[in-house]
Design a binder for this molecule. Structure first.
Ligand SMILES: [Zn+2]
Length: 317
């Protein structure tokens, strides 16, 4: 199963970087999304190829026509958050508000229910497992945020699966489509999107894609923009990652679509037999932990009082 998805954001939605950290800073940059989306849609249209588009809720402010256009063309719309912030830098309330805003903004444009979510930068870590309960409580049925290995932005190395699974929480289950990884020089990499996709020659990408029985892609419209500006204040490594292989990327995308059968997320959900996939238990531990800590404290307190009454210390003699 090979799933074709795009994260719809502008070229300046760079994570973990001072000059691109929020809406105020984004006002300093020119929009390039219209032209970038045009080149992607031209290829999809040529091959009559379906895809899922994870859109920022932020698009509703200046790019609502793009979401409208994607929806009108029959593409599935999902959410990529509202303001493209790292999940592990948000508290529960901030995350919930951002998610709610993104869902409402996108649903207002399309008039359709938003069912799927992908975190910016795959930034859900093991300690942010509370995210899944918030997603479920907001009506999200499918998550595509898990990077089941270590990475710069988060990564969930102990997740335990790189195949579709169900995640079990205290309030229900959610369908998870993790990123599919391969290994180069003992480093786990994602080959179907972003820097590595642009860096490797097509023959290598074709090899990775061909040998895997499950591939989840995550392309960005700016991955195919040979003329995109590169921010001057990026570190040399980030500059390299942002600029490598931009020129040939669109051609690689076309080759992939020509050479492999891709489906969108909606189709993938129907194809998976959810009764037979693994169930990963990720109950939100914080509430439980708090209650357990309280019980331990109460028990210790009772024991101490009892022993003081008896005339001994808690340590006994
Ligand atoms: Zn993103």
């Amino acid at each position: 199963m090979k799933i074709l998805t795009f994260d719809v954001e502008e070229w300046f939605h760079v994570l973990d970087h001072e000059s691109t950290k929020g809406e105020k800073q984004w006002q300093n940059f020119d929009y390039r999304l219209d032209a970038n989306i045009d080149s992607v849609l031209e290829i999809l249209d040529r091959y009559n190829q379906k895809a899922t588009f994870f859109c920022l809720g932020w698009l509703s402010k200046n790019h609502a026509h793009i979401v409208k256009r994607l929806d009108a063309m029959g593409y599935e719309i999902a959410t990529h958050s509202n303001l493209h912030q790292l999940v592990y830098e948000q508290n529960i309330n901030d995350f919930k508000n951002d998610l709610e805003t993104s869902i409402k903004s996108l649903e207002d444009i399309t008039g359709k229910k938003i069912r799927a979510y992908r975190a910016p930068g795959f930034s859900i870590k093991e300690e942010n497992r509370w995210v899944f309960e918030i997603l479920i409580s907001q009506g999200i049925e499918i998550d595509c945020s898990i990077f089941p290995a270590k990475r710069a932005h988060g990564g969930f190395a102990t997740f335990g699966s790189d195949q579709p699974v169900l995640i079990n929480t205290n309030i229900g289950t959610i369908k998870e489509f993790p990123m599919s990884l391969d290994e180069v020089l003992r480093t786990k990499i994602i080959y179907a999107g972003g820097g590595y996709f642009r860096f490797f020659p097509y023959s290598v990408i074709h090899h990775f894609m061909g040998k895997s029985n499950y591939s989840m892609s995550y392309f960005h419209p700016h991955d195919f923009d040979a003329g995109r500006p590169i921010l001057g204040d990026l570190s040399p490594l980030k500059k390299f990652k942002a600029s490598v292989g931009l020129k040939g990327a669109l051609c690689k995308l076309e080759n992939l679509i020509r050479d492999f059968d891709f489906i969108d997320l909606d189709e993938a959900v129907k194809k998976v037999n959810w009764d037979s996939v693994s169930m990963i238990d990720l109950p939100e531990r914080r509430k439980k932990q708090r209650i357990e800590n309280q019980l331990i404290f109460q028990n210790n307190y009772k024991q101490t009082v009892k022993q003081i009454n008896k005339g001994s210390t808690i340590y006994g003699s």
